[in-house]
Write a protein that binds this ligand. Structure first.
Ligand code: SF4
Length: 320
């Protein structure tokens, strides 16, 4: 039954996805670069401390002054439309997956029609998600027309994911007459959303949150709703190292799902990128981690680069 697993935004079965991208075997990974070697360099941090994976992976600021401003001076970048919309899309995805699982746990009855039930509650669920984040929306001063567009996209995302989940549930049910609720969830919706991992052994936050995690064939997955950036792959290496440090299980692959909302489509456009979490990616992440932990640990201002991207959230703080 495993090959029919469906992952919605994150694609069809893991085997299908890896096969599509030409990965037929796991990458070679040096035993010294597994997360469970956190008591030895280079996995052991050079300077003690903890940072979020995103702060380490990001190379948006050429000198990493963003890390200094946020974690030494304690100043936060002001809320922005991309930040708000990204949060709302992530919360929508988590909400639809959680709601579908709850429906199954409430009972597999002859009347169980997940597609209809999820469609019926879409508007209310999206509204609830927005109410929940009203503070952030107000802080970012999101214009009414932008908010309307984001809400429409949240509904598209909900309906798309709901359709995928409903198809997976129907497929599993059609083959397994005696399946119980827990097994149905495991087969049809095999993802843990916002999976918490303690990354403190490898210099990362204690409460890391991975967008989606597949436990059967350990894989970390992230949904991105902004521009595609080269450094995003590094986040996967960070989560893999954190997971391996907390549970001694290999994480060899990660996936980024870039979600867009073209005006001429009723469904989101999803572009998936699979990354083998190999030695190169691990070392790049570990070097960035050591460099940024040193900035915080030694309270060393890395100074301004000659030019700053105007889209940087800290632009006013650094250059105001
Ligand atoms: S404004 Fe410039 S120096 Fe400050 S964090 Fe952004 S890119 Fe870095």
């Amino acid at each position: 039954m495993g090959d029919e697993l469906v992952y919605g935004i994150f694609g069809r079965s893991l085997e299908d996805v890896l096969d599509y991208y030409g990965y037929r075997s796991p990458p070679r990974v040096s035993s010294k670069l597994r997360g469970w070697r956190y008591r030895e360099r280079p996995v052991e941090p050079e300077v003690s401390g903890r940072l979020p994976v995103s702060a380490i992976a990001s190379d948006f600021c050429p000198t990493a002054r963003d890390v200094y401003v946020r974690y030494v001076e304690g100043l936060e970048a002001p809320a922005s439309l991309p930040m708000v919309s990204g949060t709302l899309y992530h919360n929508t995805l988590e909400a639809v997956v959680t709601r579908a699982k709850r429906m199954i746990y409430e009972g597999i009855t002859p009347d169980l029609d997940i597609a209809k039930a999820l469609a019926d509650c879409a508007d209310d669920a999206v509204e609830e998600t927005m109410v929940d984040k009203q503070g952030l929306i107000d802080e970012a001063r999101v214009a009414a027309e932008d908010l309307e567009r984001v809400q429409k996209n949240m509904l598209r995302l909900w309906r798309f994911e709901a359709g995928q989940i409903a198809a997976a549930v129907a497929q599993v049910l059609s083959r397994s007459p005696y399946i119980g609720a827990d097994s149905l969830v495991a087969h049809a919706i095999p993802l843990t959303m916002e999976h918490r991992v303690d990354g403190s052994r490898v210099g990362l936050s204690k409460q890391l949150s991975i967008d989606a995690f597949q436990a059967v064939r350990t894989m970390v997955m992230e949904m991105k709703t902004g521009k595609e950036r080269e450094y995003h792959g590094l986040t996967l290496a960070g989560y893999a190292l954190a997971f391996e440090s907390a549970f001694p299980r290999q994480v060899n692959f990660g996936m980024l799902a870039y979600v867009r909302f073209p005006e001429d489509r009723s469904v989101p456009l999803v572009v998936r990128r699979v990354y083998p979490i190999d030695d190169g990616l691990r070392l790049r992440f570990l070097r960035a981690r050591d460099r940024k932990l040193a900035i915080v640990g030694r309270r060393r201002d890395p100074e301004l680069p000659p030019r700053c991207p105007s889209a940087c959230g800290y632009f006013r703080i650094c250059r105001g």
